[in-house]
Design a protein around this ligand. Structure first.
Ligand SMILES: [Zn+2]
Length: 429
């Protein structure tokens, strides 16, 4: 093994260890902080949140953090197993001797890798749904539906993933030294296409999307959407209650595929004024062009990523350093893709606080828009209901929240709306 490969192995191991250590440290902080504040509702929420709900949120948060740690340990072991312990090399060599070199062998390598990874993750996903979520009363899924989701998403993943993978492998083999620029173009085109196809074609495979039925609510909502300059056909209600009691709303797509989706569970919990406020928040995301901004960021980061991939795929140390013997007489493109996918998260993990910070910034902007269009008191009471019904803790560890939270913690968010300290959340001030 060349010495540069040895150095790379050491850097890889150090990053893997560092990442696991930071994840464990943050999770331990979160568990400790939430447990310490379990027995008292924070002063700002004392009139709105009963102690029992606060304690349920604490227990749920701690249970999730603990399950997350098993996932961290498992992922690290799997990454190590594929790379330095020789798993990927073994799989590649077996497929080579069985199929011979070529496009089909490379596609088989990618597909087997994804399938094995999925199988390893399966017990945790099962446990999370049928044990953890069940224990806290959130699970509405059934084993039959869970299994049918699994089959559907596997088939869908193959139908979409294999052609894209074949196209990228073909570019790697035939587009010369700037193949990564072409591959980046394909990847970006694919992402833009998914932005249109996901809401219109893919999501409906798993859920039903219906226009709002309640006439009075519809009249209100349509008026709000017109006021905000948004096409009224873009609002849908999704049967989220098929799988979970968690309530949510989200915004997606662009152009004609632009839409706001409400879970039916959300409509059950909020009064009409609160529904308006949440809708205005989602419209705020469009007004501030948050989707476009995310896409631009994705364009930039993935260009860097593809350039890096283009470079490392030519370096012998990259393969040897990650426990793989590259073929001398066959393409190593699929190997390069997989090793890159295994290595990148070790770096990108440390960038995730930046993405979380940006996302929280966007949430504040959307909240401000909602306050301008509707009312801060309604948005505040809607958010508090959602935090409560989803058992989101009111007392997360500040550092844990900074690092991971895509949405601001309740205390910060409601304080910004000015509805917490003024006690206007659940009634007239
Ligand atoms: Zn939002």
């Amino acid at each position: 093994m060349p010495s540069s490969a040895l150095v790379f192995s050491l850097v890889f191991c150090a990053l893997l260890l560092l990442q696991v250590a930071v994840r464990f440290w943050l999770a331990a902080r979160q568990v400790r902080h939430v447990a310490q504040h379990r027995n008292a509702v924070p002063a700002a929420f004392v009139h709105q949140v009963p102690l029992s709900a606060h304690q349920k949120a604490a227990d749920y948060t701690i249970a999730k953090a603990r399950l997350g740690l098993i996932d961290v340990a498992l992922s690290a072991a799997v990454t190590l197993g594929w790379t330095l312990l020789g798993g990927l090399n073994l799989l590649n060599q077996s497929l080579l001797s069985w199929m011979g070199p070529g496009m089909w062998q490379q596609l088989a390598l990618l597909a087997t890798f994804v399938l094995i990874g999925g199988l390893i993750e399966l017990p945790l996903s099962w446990y999370s749904t049928f044990r953890l979520e069940q224990r806290f009363g959130f699970n509405k899924n059934t084993p039959a539906l869970w299994l049918s989701d699994l089959v559907k998403s596997t088939l869908l993943g193959a139908a979409i993933g294999l052609p894209i993978a074949a196209l990228v492998l073909w570019l790697m083999a035939s587009a010369g030294s700037v193949w990564w620029l072409w591959a980046w173009g394909v990847w970006m085109g694919f992402n833009l296409l998914m932005l249109v196809l996901y809401p219109t074609v893919i999501a409906p495979i798993f859920n039903q999307f219906k226009p709002l039925e309640d006439e009075t609510l519809k009249a209100r909502v349509t008026a709000l959407m017109q006021r905000c300059g948004f096409a009224a056909k873009g609002l849908f209600v999704m049967d989220g209650s098929r799988r979970s009691a968690h309530a949510n709303a989200y915004f997606t797509g662009f152009g004609a595929a632009k839409r706001v989706v409400f879970f039916d569970t959300l409509l059950q919990q909020l009064n009409p004024a609160e529904v308006d406020a949440v809708l205005a928040h989602e419209l705020g995301h469009f007004k501030h062009r948050h989707i476009v901004k995310r896409i631009v960021a994705l364009f930039g980061f993935s260009l860097l990523g593809f350039a890096a991939l283009g470079w490392v795929s030519q370096q012998v140390w990259f393969y040897f350093g990650l426990g793989v013997v590259p073929a001398m007489d066959a393409p190593n493109d699929a190997l390069a893709l997989l090793l890159f996918m295994l290595a990148v998260p070790l770096l990108s993990y440390f960038l995730s606080p930046m993405a979380a910070q940006l996302s929280r910034q966007h949430e504040f902007e959307a909240d401000a828009y909602a306050v301008a269009q509707t009312s801060g008191a309604d948005l505040g009471s809607a958010l508090l209901k959602l935090y409560k019904d989803n058992a989101s803790t009111l007392t997360p560890d500040p550092l844990f929240a900074r690092f991971y939270y895509s949405h601001p913690p309740a205390s910060e968010r409601l304080a910004r709306l000015g509805t917490v300290a003024g006690a206007a959340v659940m009634g007239p001030a």
